[in-house]
Ligand binder design. Structure first.
Ligand code: MG
Length: 384
């Protein structure tokens, strides 16, 4: 179960004001509330860590977010690291993975969050980062250059930084025992000898530190809101035959059943319908054109890889608003696998879970699906 720890500890001194900057409005909404909203679609709960003198005001702001997602406010510590530890200590036992995020990065986007989560799911760590555009020098105390690292090997790291909960708890415990103070959570994990994986962040995921940053952030938000909404809708349909000695895979999830779907790839009929809906909405052909079924490269390939490739072909022009899939199967019963299927698709599409719907129905015994000869699927996708 995913949780986010939102850090709102800092003071407003660099902003030239005595108020905590994250309680300040950016284009009509506080940085704290903007950051919380960004994570709501992705997590089962949030812990907000803030200095005790700001807790009442933070609670008042958070109350205005209408959500059923539990949000707990805890008091921060002396240092950022202390505050993260307070947040980690407040996590429930049911939480297994956690993202740490600075509320001052209130422009964090869904893609950046999804990238971090996907990385933690597959390798245990995920840290948002961007390539460095400036040439970086290391210097001595008197500002004499000591080296110029190859820029290609450098990344600027942001938050969210995601980890399995136990790993981050261990790293914080070790740092505390050793009296080590890091500037981010990844560095605590790194010194445990654990490799940390970086993911693609975003230039707009800036840390609002100075008063000028506030103006830039408002410009970014205003331009996002002013961008004309170009919506495109697409539909997809597919059907495959059920046969013996094949796995039944739907939306990337292996379903226990005595039969499986027959096809050149893994015959994931639901994902094929979804791919066709995506390509259809973008006027980018269809799955057969993109991945010919006489091409040996696609023999038995996971359709989730095809979905990823299809997304790559449209990613520079479109993003997904939402996707809705209906799977038509008389047997097996699919209700127990719906959540796993949604999670699997959301991870590959890099969108929040509430933008992916998967439904299953029978045909009450009518037609080929009803006789158990095959499974079909419809998909509808909205792109912007
Ligand atoms: Mg197909």
């Amino acid at each position: 179960m995913w949780y986010a720890v939102i850090l709102g500890g800092g003071s407003g001194t660099r902003m030239g004001m005595d108020r905590n900057k994250i309680l300040l409005n950016v284009s009509g909404e506080s940085m704290l509330v903007r950051s919380i909203r960004a994570f709501l679609p992705f997590v089962s709960g949030l812990i907000v860590v803030i200095r005790s003198s700001d807790m009442a005001e933070a609670a008042h702001l958070i109350q205005q977010i209408r959500t059923s997602c539990p949000i707990q406010i805890v008091a921060g510590g002396e240092t950022r690291q202390d505050s993260v530890r307070s947040g980690l200590n407040a996590l429930p036992d049911s939480c297994s993975k956690v993202m740490i995020h600075d509320a001052a990065r209130c422009l964090v986007d869904a893609k950046t969050i999804a990238n971090v989560m996907q990385s933690v799911d597959s390798v245990g760590t995920g840290v948002a980062s961007i390539p460095v555009t400036d040439t970086i020098k290391t210097v001595d105390e008197d500002s004499w250059v000591t080296s110029t690292p190859d820029r290609k090997t450098l990344r600027a790291v942001q938050t969210p930084q995601g980890f399995t909960k136990q790993l981050l708890l261990d790293a914080h415990l070790k740092a505390m025992e050793d009296g080590f103070l890091g500037t981010d959570d990844a560095s605590l994990v790194e010194r445990m000898g654990v490799r940390v994986h970086l993911t693609e962040g975003s230039i707009t995921n800036m840390k609002i530190t100075h008063a000028e940053d506030l103006i830039s952030a408002e410009r970014i938000i205003d331009s996002q809101q002013a961008a004309p909404l170009r919506l495109r809708i697409g539909n997809g349909f597919d059907a495959h035959r059920l046969v013996e000695n094949r796995d039944l895979i739907l939306c990337g999830v292996k379903i226990p059943y005595e039969l499986g779907l027959l096809g050149h790839s893994d015959a994931d009929v639901a994902t094929h319908a979804l791919i066709d809906a995506i390509l259809g909405a973008a006027c980018a052909g269809d799955i057969g054109k993109l991945f010919p079924d006489n091409d040996p490269a696609y023999k038995d390939i996971s359709s989730m890889l095809l979905l990823k490739k299809a997304m790559e072909t449209i990613a520079d022009r479109y993003s997904i608003v939402n996707a809705d899939i209906t799977i038509i199967a008389q047997r097996p019963r699919l209700s127990a696998y719906i959540e796993a299927m949604r999670n699997s698709l959301a991870a590959v599409l890099a969108i929040p879970l509430d933008q992916v719907s998967v439904k299953a129905t029978t045909t009450e015994g009518m037609g080929y699906e009803g006789r158990g000869e095959g499974i079909s699927a419809f998909a509808t996708v909205l792109l912007q």
